[in-house]
Design a protein around this ligand. Sequence first.
Ligand code: TXD
Length: 308
Amino acid sequence: MRKKVSIIGAGNVGATLGLLIAQSGLADVVLFDVVEGMPKGKALDLLEACPLWGSPSKVVGTNDYTDTEGSEIIVITAGFPRKPGMSRDDLLFANSDVVKEAAKRTSALSPQAKIIVITNPMDAMTYAAWRASGLPQNRVMGMGGVLDSSRFRTFISLELGVSPKDVEALVLGGHGDDMVPLPRFTTVKGVPITELLDREKIEALIERTKTGGAEIVSLLKQGSAYYAPASSAFEMVRAIVLDEKRPLPCSAYLNGQYGIKGIFVGVPAVLGSDGVERVLELRLSPEEMELLNKSARSVQVLIEKLNT
Ligand code: TXD
């Protein structure tokens, strides 16, 4: 039987992820949103494209959580964007209510599911989803590192004039301003970029990666990036549905790895049918470790706010 992936929040990221899944025929798709009609309209539109893609996927749009029952994966993209006059903290609490409700309702209907959280501030929202779902830690994770690494890969490929396919990059830490791109673990066909680019150039590419989301927001004027974010989530969904055991950077629960305990933060993790099957511990330099710890502390501060 084809697996079912339910996407909570059928906005830009959610609907684009729905398109990628339906187009590939990887799984059936449920698009859930609180806005009436909209998820049904988008789902019908996608379903009507399936004959053209030769895809067997079923696509359903709904305002009713019961339609998500029996999902293999729940992807949470639901939430509010920041509005004028709204602080980051306001957004934190507004979105955590949305994410907690989504995690609680869906996990009750799909107790075997894996949850992938996309809603910002993502690492803290992943923690909130885990707590609300009652699922084991390995079955809840956040999407951030795949996207940040893809942005880093893009900028390196543009700089060197090589295919982005042959650029591998690693970005760790929280999905925020202090994310940690790691040049030592970033390679072009196996050659570390530290051998190919000077320090200044690498610093500039790192800076562009860190502000990659904001660069797009300022160009779009309304809303934020969604093609690359949805494609990044698709990579994680595929790794789980196909049990690929792919090492992908994602927000995973740490229980002492990297000296961090009790929070979700971006690290390389092996994704397969059990969700986060293993966290890979790299031997970081003291400088890299300090950057990761700083980033983890920012996530910790948000989680403490949620817990008070
Ligand atoms: O790397 C990453 N993790 C990110 C995160 C990359 C890109 C976007 N990132 C965040 O994902 C972004 O800051 C947002 O918090 C989410 C979703 O972004 P998107 O661009 O898709 O936002 P939209 O288009 O506003 O969609 C949000 C949808 C919208 O249709 C709302 O009606 C719906 O969420 N929504 C809800 N759905 C279900 N249940 C509830 N309660 C709800 N509230 C709003």
